[in-house]
Design a binder for this molecule. Structure first.
Ligand code: THU
Length: 130
């Protein structure tokens, strides 16, 4: 799967984001190693701490559908600047795919690709596991 195509899938999600408090819409598209795509948007709440990021919405949908291995995450935010996954999302994504690549882009302009290893070089790992 082409990185730009996956970014386009993430961009198409922006209208579905529920972000009345921050006004910052985020769309995510997560590609499984089998080639399936799961999408997500950020979902905010009046109790602000209950807000869920777009990438975790996509990841949890994939897990619930039986997929656990991912090769590429595309993340798009409204506006010019490129979003980066928050620390919590990095940790949660790392639970499933240490080899994940993460492509980020604003609504326009150039995208950038990171590896999850670059974004989270030292994840928390429960001792005795993995
Ligand atoms: N947000 C995401 O959806 N993903 C991230 O990785 C960073 C932040 C959302 C959460 C909240 O709805 C808005 O961006 C502002 O923090």
């Amino acid at each position: 799967m082409d990185v730009d195509k996956l970014l386009e899938s993430a961009r198409e999600m922006l209208p579905f984001a529920y972000a009345p408090y921050s006004g910052y819409r985020v769309g995510a598209a997560l590609l499984t190693t089998e080639g399936k795509i799961f999408k997500g948007v950020n979902v905010e709440n009046a109790s602000l701490g209950l807000t869920m990021c777009a990438e975790r919405v996509a990841l949890y949908a994939a897990i619930a559908a039986g997929y656990r291995s991912f090769s590429l995450l595309a993340l798009v935010a409204e506006g010019e600047s490129r979003p980066l996954p928050c620390g919590a999302c990095r940790q949660v994504l790392g639970e499933f795919s240490r080899g994940l690549r993460v492509a980020v882009a604003g609504e326009k302009g150039e995208s950038k690709i990171f590896t999850l290893k670059e974004l989270l070089p030292h994840p928390f790992v429960l001792q005795g596991r993995k």
